[in-house]
Every structure is written in C-alpha cells, then in structure tokens.
Design a protein around this ligand. Structure first.
Ligand code: KG4
Ligand code: ZN
Length: 335
C-alpha cells in the first residue's frame, strides 16, 4: 500500500483548521475558533478572513507538531475549495497553493459538504454504501443519497434558511450570542419541549423550509413580551426546548420520508447541527423504532474541522484526483 501523509486546510467559514492524515488515520486536527463574531449574531465575512490570515501559520505549525511530522514528509496538500465565504476560502486556498508550490506537492481540492459526510470514514464504524445522510450546518440543510465516496445526490434540501441558521436566528431573537445552536441545546436540556408549539412548514416532497418557523418564533416572543417584558428570561429553558423540538421534528420527519422512499435503512447525520443532543437522541429513537442502522459523528467532527477535509482528500489522493496551481475557490461550489 502507498504510504501517504496528507496535510489538509479548512477555512470556509470562521474556523481555521489544519489536519494531518497518515495512511487514512488522523494524527492531528487543530482548530482555531473565532470569537470575534459573538456579538454580531452571525459571521462577519471581512473579519473572518482577517482572523484566518492571522491564524493560518500558527495552526499549520501546531498540526505538524501534534502529528510529529516534518514538512518534508508530506505527500499532498488538501484544501476546502468551497462552498463558503470567498474571503475566508481565499486564505486557505492561497496558503495551500503556496505550500504545495514551495514543496512541489500535488494539490487535492475538496468540497466542504462532501467532507462533512466523509467525516464518517475517519473512525469505525464506517457506514456501508448506499446510505442517506442528513447534512445540517449553518449554511446548508440537505438529505444526500451517498452511493460511493464521491457519488452523491442531493434528494432534498432547504428552500430558504438552513437548520443551523434557524438555531442562530432564534438565538439572536432571544439575545443570545453567536453561534446560538450550542447555547439553545444547553438551555433546552432544562426545559419542557412541549411548553410552546410552533407550526411545521407544509412543504411537498423532501425539501425543507425554516424561514416561516423563525418568523413565527419572532412574532410569538414579541406578543408575549407585550404582556410580560421579562418573558424571554423567565421562560428561556422552555422556549429553547420547544424551538429545538420543532426543528428536530421537521428534520427527522423528512428524513423518515426519504428513508421510506429510497428503501434505505443506513442513515447518517453530519454538519454542525449534528452535534445537537435533541437531534442525536431523536435519531436514535427512530433507529430503534424503524430498525435503522444510524451513524452519528463524534462531536469533534460535527462542526467545521480539517480532519474531514483530510479524509476526503485521502480518498481523492488514492484515486490520483489532483488539481493544478490555477485552481481558485468557489463560494458556491457545485455538489
Ligand atoms: O458545520 P458548521 O460548523 O459550519 C458550517 O458549515 O456552516 O455548522 C455551524 C452551525 C451553526 O449554525 C451552529 O449554531 C450549529 O452548527 N451548531 C448547533 C450545535 N452545535 C453547532 N446547532 C444546534 N445544536 C448544537 N449543539
Ligand atoms: Zn461546515
């Protein structure tokens, strides 16, 4: 078997991450989070690219140290080409190209959304093809039919907001800092999921919509605060539990429909929102009821990380699938 050491760079949004993959095993996965966006309710692209620029070299050094690898031992450089914020992607892509040029290494281009799914191939148990993957992040919500490593088909997706956006926009309404998903998850643990009811969108087929839910939460909070100015603070746990319950129900109902439609019982979740405890336990309950084999990623591989870019890069490297120095990032990379 060919010995391969892949260095992978992820910079599509607000995490600067570098991982090393040694013959398919992740030996380093360094992630520098950006706290600068906390008070803005979302990622500010201009600030994100500047912080990537500051973080990239220290993160590269840390990854090489963690993996006990010398630059000379690297066989290929993998990087996120898109989708994502253009200014953020440019930092990672430019760095990857310079690094590869300096060391005369091949370049491997990775689609960030493929990589979220392929994170399931980092550790055991690895899913068997074909499987369905619900990929839920801050920018995307997709049900993907995964036939092989790079043979994937989107069979359902959001028509407006992503599930992570629904969490983050609700958090903003509740005056919680960005990213709101993990905080809503934390408060929800102490609340009653049936305290408040929000309508489920009536969308045909396997597509999603979350913008109506966000609006109904906003109107509900405004109406309640007219009666009690402290409503949000007084009922924070119940509001978070009820919102989380609604989002998880919407996600799982379509996933159930997709599984029945395609006759597939190997089911995975991926992306930042797959860290949500309500989604993880809801999926497990469905698995028990419907005899599904489910794949739930380790927390460290749910939100953005370069380990998933490294494993995707490794499988492309094995196929000899390289790109030239003329490669450029794409904020909307084709699936
Ligand atoms: O995959 P990711 O790190 O970045 C994108 O590619 O967008 O996902 C980030 C999203 C954010 O919207 C964040 O609020 C959400 O994942 N998220 C969560 C949780 N952890 C992260 N949402 C709900 N519950 C969580 N525990
Ligand atoms: Zn992501």
């Amino acid at each position: 078997m060919t010995v391969s050491v892949i260095l992978a760079i992820e910079s599509s949004c607000d995490e600067t991450s570098v991982a090393i993959c040694n013959n398919g095993k992740i030996t380093a996965n360094v992630i520098a989070n950006q706290t600068i966006h906390e008070n803005y309710g979302g990622v500010i692209p201009e600030l994100a690219s500047r912080v990537h620029q500051q973080n990239i070299v220290p993160v590269i050094h840390q990854a090489l140290t963690d993996a006990k690898v010398n630059k000379k031992d690297i066989d290929a450089v993998a990087f996120t080409r898109g989708p994502g914020l253009l200014g953020s992607l440019l930092v990672g892509v430019s760095f990857a190209k310079s690094f590869a040029l300096a060391l005369n290494l091949p370049l491997v281009s990775v689609n960030h959304m493929h990589a979220h799914i392929l994170a399931h191939f980092i550790d055991d148990p690895k899913p068997e093809f074909p499987f369905l993957c619900l990929t839920v992040s801050g920018g995307h919500t997709q049900i993907v039919l995964v036939k092989d490593f790079f043979d994937m088909e989107i069979v359902g997706e959001t028509l407006d907001d992503a599930a992570g956006e629904a969490f983050d926009k609700t958090a903003k309404i509740l005056n919680l800092p960005y990213p709101g998903g993990p905080l809503i998850d934390r408060y929800a643990k102490e609340g009653n999921p049936n305290a408040f009811k929000f309508p489920e969108p009536q969308i045909q087929g396997l597509n999603y919509s979350f913008s109506g839910l966000k609006t109904s939460i906003l109107y509900f909070i405004r109406a309640q605060e007219k009666e009690n100015a402290n409503f949000t603070l007084d009922h924070l746990n119940d509001i978070c539990a009820s919102v989380q319950f609604s989002i998880v129900n919407i996600l799982l109902n379509k996933l159930k429909k997709a599984a029945a439609q395609y006759g597939i019982r190997n089911i995975a979740i991926a992306g930042g929102v797959s860290a949500n405890s309500g989604l993880r336990s809801g999926l497990q309950t469905l698995a028990d009821q419907l005899d599904w084999k489910v794949y739930i990623p380790a927390f460290e591989y749910c939100t953005d990380n370069a380990a998933m870019i490294a494993i995707a890069g490794y499988h492309k490297y094995l196929k000899g699938d390289f790109v030239g120095q003329d490669v450029a990032p794409l904020s909307r990379l084709e699936f």
